[in-house]
Every structure is written in C-alpha cells, then in structure tokens.
Design a protein around this ligand. Sequence first.
Ligand SMILES: NC(=O)C1=CN([C@@H]2O[C@H](COP(=O)(O)OP(=O)(O)OC[C@H]3O[C@@H](n4cnc5c(N)ncnc54)[C@H](O)[C@@H]3O)[C@@H](O)[C@H]2O)C=CC1
Ligand SMILES: O=C([O-])C1=[NH+]CCC1
Length: 312
Amino acid sequence: MAQPPAFLSDDVVAGLLRYDDLIPPLEVALGKFSRHDSSEVAQPVRSVVPIQNHNGFLGLMPAYIAYESILCTKMVAFYKREEGSVLPSIQASVLLFDPEHGNITAVMDGLEITNKRTAAVSAISAKLLMPPQSNVLGILGSGQQALSHYEAFTHLFSFKEVRVWSRRREMAERFSAAVQDPITVCSSVREAVDGADVIVTVTSSSEPVLFGEWVKPGAHVAAVGACRPDWRELDNDLMREAVIYVDSREGAAMESGDIILSGAKVFAELGEIINGTLPALCERTTVFKSLGMGIQDAVAAKIVFDKWKNKP
Ligand SMILES: NC(=O)C1=CN([C@@H]2O[C@H](COP(=O)(O)OP(=O)(O)OC[C@H]3O[C@@H](n4cnc5c(N)ncnc54)[C@H](O)[C@@H]3O)[C@@H](O)[C@H]2O)C=CC1
Ligand SMILES: O=C([O-])C1=[NH+]CCC1
C-alpha cells in the first residue's frame, strides 16, 4: 500500500531550494532535453486552457526525467492583472509521482519553484551569453520574478550597478527597499537599460517594453515575460538584430509572441550550447527567450523532496 502524499507548503519549499543546488542539475537537464532522446527526458509543450472570464490561463506541465527517475507535473494558473490588483498573478502546484507505480508521493506549492527555477535558468543563459566584462544589470519589472532574478543574478555574478524600472516608480522604490544591496531606481526603461550589459525583462506586459535602439550592442537580454503567442516584451528591431536562444524551440514556436510575431529565427536552445552542438555568440547582442519547461520544475521538486525526506 502506497504512503499518502506529503504536502509541502510554500515556506517549506522556499526554505529548501537554493540556487547553488539548482543550477548544476538544471544545466544537465537542459542539455539532455536538447538531445531529444525520449528514453532520457520526455516533456510535451505545455497545454494551456484560457480562463476566459478571469483574464487568465491554466497551464499543465508534465515531465519525465528517466535518468533521475523523476515523474512530475506542475499546474500553473497565470493571470493578466490590472495595475494595483491585490490578487496574485501566478499560483502553482507541483505533483511528484513514484514513476514505477504511478502514485503521488508529494504535493508541493509551486510558486517558489517557479520563481527560483526560472531565475536559475536565466542565470544559466547569462553565464553562457553575457559579455565577459558585465558590470551593469538592468531589471524591468518589480514583481515575483524580478526579485528571484535579482537574487540569482547577484548571488552568481558581481555587477557594479543594478538598476530597476517599474511602471509605477513607487513599486521600483519598494523593490529597492526590499533588497539587501543598493540598487538604482530608474524612471524610464531607457534609463534602466542605457549601457547595461545584462537586461532582464520580467513584466506581465503584452506590448513591447524594451526597444532594440536602447540596447547596447553585445548586451545579453533574458526575456522572461510574454509567454503567450500574442504577447510581446521586446520590439521587432531587437528580435531581428539579436541572436535568439530559447529553452525549447517547440515551445517558442507555439507560445512566444516575441518570436512568432517578429518572425525572428531561433538560433539555438540553451541545451545546444551546453551540449557543444551550437555556439554561444557572446560577442553579439543575444536574447534568451524563456517560456518555462516542466523539466525545470521536475528538477526543482526533486531537490525539495529529497531534502525534506532526508531532514533529521
Ligand atoms: N518564462 C518563465 O518561465 C516564466 C514566466 N513568467 C512570466 O513572467 C512575468 C512576470 O511574472 P511575475 O513576476 O510572477 O508577475 P508579477 O505580477 O509579480 O509582476 C509583474 C510585473 O510586471 C509589471 N507589469 C504588468 N503589466 C505591465 C505593462 N503593461 N508594462 C510594464 N510592466 C508591466 C508589473 O508592474 C510587475 O512589476 C509574467 O509575464 C509571467 O507570466 C512567470 C513565471 C515563469
Ligand atoms: O513556466 C511557467 O511556470 C510559466 N511560464 C509562463 C507563466 C508560467
């Protein structure tokens, strides 16, 4: 008889998930994913159901990582909220299964998993693609992903200056007050990205917020929002001039408005750089278009569950 599933709340998950533990297995998983060998990794593109009456979407993100024996699915509801709304933009739950029997071993809150694994993958993109001397980081947006990206990027890299811009300046000021080190609050996107070596776009915008003419040649952009085929964060100039990297070519072709609507060509998946089958062109302006994948949640959930099980 199978044990009943463990229920892990948001604070338990948050306490157990660290970037240093996440990044190495995420790199391995991205590489294996890009080999397209279903005996190692099986992950379809996310199924998405529109929640028409509430301006939202429910995404189902199953994944099987055979080489680590992880069977997992995330269910994520994401919404386009009005400015000032007190309702959350994202809620998520992750189910871990015993792959041999099919029973659920753990049900865990998925928000912190989503926040940290997304920031960890963006940090991997920066590690591979940012210019060698990267001094200035610009963050566009001041929500959940902005915070996890700030944490991951400042943990892994040594920027001389970090800037933040948000649609309402007071939100950027609140963000600045919440983080440990000094951060420059900017009044415009242009000010936040002027001369920046690395730019992270983490907004819920459906229109471009970042324009190619403002981006320093050779900069690296991790573009995390705009995860619907008709949503944009980046303009056509940037999409067409930059070398475009993605987490999944298949996912990008179905879900990324920045890629579909600009007609930009995808150069490589991050996993292809990791496998050495395509190069990291860090001397060029690069965009990593992130959409999020089930294998990323699966890797994170396994780390959390193993740590929780082995806690004294
Ligand atoms: N690529 C991936 O794996 C993931 C992507 N996302 C996406 O990342 C984005 C941010 O997510 P969270 O930080 O969780 O949301 P959040 O609600 O915590 O923050 C959203 C931010 O976007 C800003 N914003 C909203 N509308 C805007 C507009 N029209 N122009 C400029 N800024 C605007 C808000 O002021 C806020 O700073 C969302 O689009 C979300 O769907 C979220 C999770 C994973
Ligand atoms: O990968 C993910 O969890 C999501 N991507 C876009 C919204 C949520």
